[in-house]
Design a protein around this ligand. Structure first.
Ligand code: C5P
Length: 232
């Protein structure tokens, strides 16, 4: 099914029933969906298959980080579920990323593989404490370059980092940005947000949006309002 939208709706729900109820109210031609650790841990791989069977392209957000052989095998297993995109932690290193990319490349049609560079919850002091020199921006840049050089398709990043990474890494590399809020929407616990339009103008390829859609009284209407505000 062709998806005519850069929006990825975060299915941040504690139960399969809640996630499937939201899907009933979305349209797989107007968005993709993200399944993260909470929903995957409670509902498992069968839910991923059910979501795929309903026509939705799935970003499996499990952020793998382990030895190369284990991560490559996990990526292969995720690809068997039919996901559209999956991710790992760039700080697992070049060999881990290359092993995963090479394993997926053996498949006929392979899902996208992207990396998390530095979690946006980590500040300079947190980074120093775990032995990373420098501030978040320079660590993000270095790990994003390593991600590209290891053959991956893109990175998750803050919309505030998108322009820098787009300039640094060129047009093909995918930038996936959470922390997006339509003008006037509740920010919630997000600290540094951008509107969908500004994030796309800054170079984002896909936008992860959760609560502005999932907590809206009419999720599809909220989705359409966001789409109306961005260039088609
Ligand atoms: O509800 P909201 O739009 O804030 O949801 C954003 C989604 O993106 C959540 O699933 C959150 O875990 C994820 N995310 C994020 N910031 C990051 C990485 C992922 O908000 N740096």
């Amino acid at each position: 099914m062709k998806v005519v939208s850069p929006l990825i709706v975060a299915l941040d729900f504690p139960t399969e029933e809640a996630a499937l109820a939201l899907l009933e109210r979305l349209d797989p031609t107007l968005c993709r969906v993200k399944i993260g650790k909470e929903l995957f841990t409670c509902a498992g791989p069968r839910l991923v298959e059910r979501v795929v069977a309903r026509g939705f392209q799935v970003f499996l957000d499990l952020k793998y980080h382990d030895i190369p052989n284990t991560v490559a095998a996990a990526c292969d297993a995720a690809a068997d579920l039919g996901v559209w995109m999956m991710n790992l932690h760039a700080s697992g290193g070049r060999r881990m990323m290359e092993a995963a990319a090479e394993r997926l490349a053996r498949r006929g049609s392979r899902p996208l593989l992207i990396a998390v560079t530095i979690l946006t919850s980590l500040g300079e002091e947190d980074l120093a404490e775990i032995g990373f020199l420098g501030g978040p921006a320079e660590n993000v840049s270095r790990l994003a370059r390593l991600t590209r050089d290891a053959g991956l398709d893109g990175v998750v990043c803050s919309p505030l980092e998108a322009a820098m990474l787009r300039a640094d890494l060129g047009g093909e590399f995918r930038l996936i940005t959470p922390g997006v809020r339509p003008g006037g929407a509740a920010v919630g616990d997000q600290k540094r947000v951008m509107t969908p339009r500004d994030a796309l103008d800054a170079g984002a390829s896909y936008l992860v949006v959760g609560r502005p859609i999932t907590a809206a009284p009419e999720p599809l209407a909220a989705l359409r309002t966001i789409l109306d505000g961005i260039p088609g």
